[in-house]
Structure formats: structure tokens, C-alpha cells
Design a protein around this ligand. Structure first.
Ligand code: HEC
Length: 113
């Protein structure tokens, strides 16, 4: 009896830890209220297609950190080009997303992350 309860407790604890860890790692930075709605579209794309490699908050992982990437790409067009055409380990997204969608996710990176 006692060991079953302990096991159940352990299982619940384990599940809790796993759930909170995954919820945390999937949390993409929120677009400030009143901001351009395009940024929210960018956040959806970011959450669906980019976080696996760049981390939900843009802290990096398989791909580099993207925080303050606007400093490396003073021109938004150059950053858009990397996302549409790809670069080494960075896949190209030009056939998966429209030009407007790519601009939305790049703006989200530059303005929110
Ligand atoms: C399969 C992993 C992977 C995915 C998915 C991915 N990236 Fe990347 N990304 C990379 C890697 C690796 C690099 C580094 C390329 C290099 O410089 O050689 C990179 C580079 C970049 C850069 C240039 C970074 C810099 O500062 O030089 C941008 C911008 C970028 N990614 C945006 C995105 C966006 C937006 C998405 C989602 C639409 C995305 N990435 C999805 C792996 C990925």
C-alpha cells in the first residue's frame, strides 16, 4: 500500500516537472499590447517553425541566439534574405512562407525578441 502511494507521488512529481519544463521552453515572448498586429503573426510563425533551433526566447540552441540580431543586420532586407534563402545549417523558408510572413517573423525577431 505504502509503496504504491509513494510511487504515485513520485509519478505526479515527475509529470509536474516535465510539464512545467516543457511549458517554459515553449514560451515565446509576448507582443506588447497595442503593437502592430503583424508582430503577433510573426510570433505564431516563430513558435511553429523557428523555436526548435533558436529557442523560444531566441537564446539559441542548434541555431545561434537571435537576441539583438538587428545589430548584425542593420538592413532588414539582409535578414529577410537569410530566412528565405537559408544559410549553411539554416533552412530556407522561401517556399514554405509568403514574403509577407517572412517579413512578419523577421520583424518579430527584431522588435520583440
Ligand atoms: C534546423 C534548425 C533551424 C531552424 C528550424 C531555423 N534556423 Fe535560423 N539558423 C539556423 C542556423 C544553424 C543558423 C546559422 C547559419 C550560419 O550563420 O551559418 C541560423 C541563422 C539564422 C539567422 C541569422 C542569424 C545571425 O544573427 O547571423 C536568422 C535571422 C534566422 N536563423 C532566423 C530563423 C527564423 C526566422 C526561423 C524560422 C522561420 C529559423 N531561423 C529556423 C538554424 C535554424
Amino acid at each position: 500500500m505504502r509503496s504504491t502511494r509513494t510511487l504515485k507521488k513520485l509519478a505526479a512529481l515527475f509529470l509536474g516537472v516535465v510539464l512545467s519544463a516543457s511549458a517554459c521552453s515553449l514560451k515565446t515572448p509576448v507582443v506588447p499590447e497595442g503593437a502592430d498586429s503583424v508582430l503577433e503573426e510573426g510570433r505564431q510563425i516563430w513558435g511553429n517553425a523557428c523555436v526548435t533551433c533558436h529557442g523560444a526566447g531566441g537564446g539559441g540552441g542548434r541555431g545561434p541566439a537571435l537576441k539583438e540580431s538587428e545589430n548584425r543586420y542593420p538592413e532588414i532586407a539582409d535578414q529577410i534574405q537569410v530566412v528565405s534563402e537559408g544559410l549553411n545549417g539554416m533552412p530556407s523558408f522561401g517556399s514554405r512562407f509568403s514574403a509577407a510572413e517572412i517579413e512578419a517573423v523577421v520583424r518579430y525577431i527584431r522588435e520583440v525578441i
